[in-house]
Design a protein around this ligand. Structure first.
Ligand SMILES: Cc1ncc(COP(=O)(O)O)c(C=O)c1O
Length: 374
């Protein structure tokens, strides 16, 4: 019998299609605008704050890249501030760069607290990893002049970003192409079956997944970075399409998410992995502050790519995070981050995983780390 296949992103919970929940931040805000993708939400945030040609924005040297691409296409000049290899912002450098800019962009890594908001500058909070996550000061994403979220990463919906503008809102128009959405919905359904505990569902789904998934093949061929990354060199039209409304399924399903429950399950799953493989978790993440809803379990290992391949053999589809910075970054100036780009990966902790699943992830992680470093 095949093992379950577990991805870092959750499959859609069927219950969210039939249940309406009490709304947790940010879904309790009337001004929240849903978009097709997270970068589209960033695009709208930049527009709403009047950030474009002739403005400067401070952004962290450790980033996914699509946020920088949105700022570049909006016409902003991007100035980078230092992030320590611990994945904490250098707050002194952040303040220094923020003083030269019209706005500052902060990122929550894996749902953990962000740096403090620098005074005297407009702030965009990137809570793409931090849906339903809280720190000592309240909900992540509730303090800036704008905040962006990425429900598609946390909720298993087929697409979806979201943007919140303090004291206002901005409209999304148009819909994403239905063909892409149909593919995404089919892949969500397959993902749900592939991690099912029922073997009759799991075996065929796992087989198909392994056969058709581009990332599965790329991991085996050692070309994952090339397949996953490369989302720069985009055009304004790409951002506009990313800023359209999400699919109707996403629009409906996000309001069925039970944020409190999702946070609790993610925390429990994170803790199980932390107890199992504490030595590979970077120091900063070896402990869950109250309120944090982690998106992933971060792992740092010297043989990252081999570890990802070994994990995949054992049914765990981990991701590299983030292997390539945006080309606007002067990599030599921020050379201290280079080892991270070759060593960080993320394991799943999402709400679709029972304790049984997470024990399997933990077991696979222990074996994969040993096998990759032999
Ligand atoms: C921190 C961060 N911000 C923004 C985004 C953009 O989200 P999307 O890929 O939905 O455009 C991502 C995506 O990976 C991200 O990791």
């Amino acid at each position: 019998m095949s093992d379950p296949l577990m991805s870092v992103y959750p499959p859609l919970e069927p219950a969210s299609l039939v249940t309406r929940r009490s709304r947790l931040f940010p879904f309790d805000r009337d001004g929240l605008t849903l978009t097709h993708l997270g970068r589209g939400a960033i695009w709208l945030a930049l527009k709403a704050l009047g950030l474009g040609a002739g403005t400067r924005i401070a952004m962290p040297a450790y980033h996914c890249g699509s946020e920088v691409e949105a700022a570049r296409l909006a016409g902003c000049e991007v100035l980078f501030y230092r992030v320590f290899p611990t994945l904490q912002a250098d707050e002194e450098d952040l303040m220094r760069v923020a003083r030269q800019c019209h706005a500052t962009y902060l990122i929550s890594y894996y749902g953990f607290p962000m740096p403090s908001l620098p005074p005297g500058t407009r702030v965009i909070e990137d809570a793409a990893h931090a849906l339903f996550s809280y720190d000592g000061g309240g909900a992540i994403g509730s303090r800036g002049d704008a905040a962006i979220f990425c429900p598609r990463k946390s909720l298993g919906v087929p697409d979806g970003g979201a943007v919140l503008i303090r004291g206002g809102s901005i409209e999304a128009t148009g819909r994403p192409p239905w063909k892409g959405m149909a593919r995404s919905i089919a892949s969500q359904g397959m993902g749900w079956a592939a991690q099912s505990r029922a073997g009759v569902l799991r075996a065929p789904a796992t087989k198909v997944f392994r056969k058709v998934s581009k990332t599965e093949q790329a991991v085996q061929q050692g070309t994952l970075t090339e397949v996953v990354i490369g989302e720069w060199d985009l055009e304004v039209a790409d951002m506009e399409s990313a800023a359209s409304k999400p699919s109707r399924m996403t629009e409906w399903a996000v309001h069925g998410a039970d944020g409190e429950r999702i946070r609790e399950i993610r925390r429990r799953n994170f803790q199980i992995l932390l107890n199992s493989v504490p030595e590979v978790c970077p120091d900063r993440f070896r402990g869950l502050p109250d309120g944090v809803a982690p998106l992933y379990f971060p792992v740092r290992v010297p043989e990252r790519d081999r570890t990802i391949a070994e994990l995949q053999k054992r049914g765990v589809r981990s991701i590299e995070i983030w292997p390539v910075p945006h080309p606007l970054l002067d990599r030599a100036r921020f050379a201290e981050l280079e080892p991270l780009r070759h060593q960080m990966l993320a394991l799943p902790v999402h709400q679709g995983l029972s304790e049984w699943h997470v024990e399997q992830v933990a077991h696979a992680a222990r074996e994969a780390i040993t096998a990759a470093h032999r």
